[in-house]
Design a protein around this ligand. Structure first.
Ligand SMILES: [Fe+2]
Length: 252
């Protein structure tokens, strides 16, 4: 009876070159620091789940650098796009990591949903994604399910981020909760740790691998909290154990 071990890293905001900086962070260096911290705790079984904003502005060079690092580190990884990404460019330049809408394991499946809307910061599930999701839920009735997406479906007590909440979250909730096997949703986008119960479905959001947004702030604001990754152990009985590990970057 094997555990599916996942490592979520999100909102890398990589740029086209190694010296690129975003909001005072060399985002490549901070991502590498997060990756190294995970490596030091790894037993080699984990799958990386990258939940969007992998580039800061959909630069091909960002995806090329990410592809190279993942290959060099012999990582297995699945990914989905955020509002700062473009799916077609990710598919072209993450050349060793094809987009997988579903990752299946012995007892579990991970559904990789695209919640991005071209030209918008906020999230929405398209009709095409809903159709695909309905088919997946029907086909995966014998699995426990984890749903991954970039945007949060819940409110956070933060006006500017709540404006980015998945706009058709009620329709999404109805579909997921009716299935009965959806145990949790994981998201990025909010650059902070947040964990809540979405009327029967756990929602786990994860800090960025670079800069962090202030919690409970109605306007955009940053904090000096450290980058992090989330570990998830998906147990054979449908139970999830999870937590985040902060990384000392920039180091003191
Ligand atoms: Fe982001």
């Amino acid at each position: 009876m094997s555990i599916l071990k996942l490592i979520q890293m999100t909102d890398l905001h990589l740029g086209p070159t190694a010296d690129y900086q975003c909001r005072g962070f060399n985002t490549l260096d901070s991502f590498k620091a997060v990756l190294a911290a995970f490596e030091s705790n790894s037993n080699g079984e984990e799958i990386l789940v990258l939940t969007g904003d992998l580039a800061s502005d959909a630069q091909p060079g960002a995806y090329q650098q990410l592809n190279k690092i993942l290959i060099q580190n012999k990582k297995r990884a699945i990914w989905l796009p955020g509002n700062h990404d473009r799916l077609s460019l990710m598919q072209e330049y993450l050349s060793d990591y094809p987009y997988l809408p579903v990752y299946e394991h012995e007892h579990w499946a991970v559904l990789m949903i695209d919640s991005s809307v071209p030209g918008q910061a906020g999230g929405k599930i398209s009709n095409q994604q809903f159709t695909q999701l309905e088919e997946q839920l029907e086909q995966l009735k014998d699995k426990y399910l984890l749903v991954a997406m970039h945007h949060s479906p819940v409110s956070l007590n933060s006006q500017w981020l709540d404006e980015h909440r998945i706009s058709n979250h009620q329709k999404l909730h109805s579909l997921l909760v009716a299935n009965g096997n959806v145990k949790a949703v994981i998201t990025g986008h909010i650059h902070q740790q947040h964990e809540t119960d979405w009327q029967g479905i756990k929602v786990y959001s994860t800090p960025s691998t670079c800069f962090q947004f202030a919690e409970n702030s109605d306007q955009f604001a940053l904090t000096d909290k450290k980058p992090a990754y989330r570990w998830l152990d998906l147990q054979p009985d449908g139970h999830i154990e999870t937590g985040i590990n902060r990384v000392d970057y920039p180091s003191k």
